[in-house]
Design a protein around this ligand. Sequence first.
Ligand code: AMP
Length: 285
Amino acid sequence: MKVITRLAELRVVRQDLPGPFGLVPTMGFLHEGHLSLVRRARAECASVGVSIFVNPIQFGPREDLATYPRDLERDLSLLRPEGVDVVWAPPVEEVYPEGFQTYVTVEEVSRPLEGARRPGHFRGVATVVAKLFNIFQPQRAYFGQKDAQQVVVIRRMTRDLNFPVDIAVCPTVREPDGLAMSSRNTYLDAEERKAATVIYRSLLAAQRAFAEGEQRAEVLREIMVHVLAEEPRARPEYVSVADPETLVELSGFVDRALLSLAVRLGKTVLIDNVIVGEGSPDPGG
Ligand code: AMP
């Protein structure tokens, strides 16, 4: 496994790696969710690259860029047994040299949900992913369903800008009690960690209601809100029943929907989602 910081060196190493090349973009502090992406890439591709980069431009001024957990040595020791060919862990100046001023904006699907809560977030995500696609020239790139809107934004960008990259989406990996794995879970104290289980419980309650025939978007939303209200430490930032492709908020009867939410626990905001209805989870994978 080659570990590289400089872009020029990465380009040289990449040239000698056979295709199809699978890219797994991450911000590090890896957990089983990230490793599930790496394992799928390893199973499907001749070569696998992982980027580890806490992308400053996707963080808002009052967000956790400075405190975002980082441990490169630990990340590398988790990646070594997975048969990764190359890891790129660049310093910020290597990705955004002085004078940088070109950004990718995906318009409509970036606006609701996380986009409304975190202005500029998806501009930062789309920009860094476009750069990673240009740098690595992957045939496939792997993302987690955990960040459902990110998947929609990246798919849109990939089509709109004609990147010759297959976007693969991997299921959300959860802790035994259902909490979606996230590097940000490390921010939670013991009480918040216990309270955080309400997030998946609320999604499951709505998913169960849908399976039992409840198709009204308003009622599904209400069910999630109601379960969240059982946990006073959990403060919902949004609770959404939206079209899985356009992310437009739904009303009335729905055949298929993305149920998603953001919940504040102390200083930490956690997100999670499930897709209900025909063809879920996304068979396009
Ligand atoms: P991050 O390091 O948080 O930017 O995540 C890197 C990639 O891993 C993204 O595509 C995430 O959606 C994915 N990911 C993060 N957590 C999980 C999880 N619990 N299950 C599956 N994929 C995940």
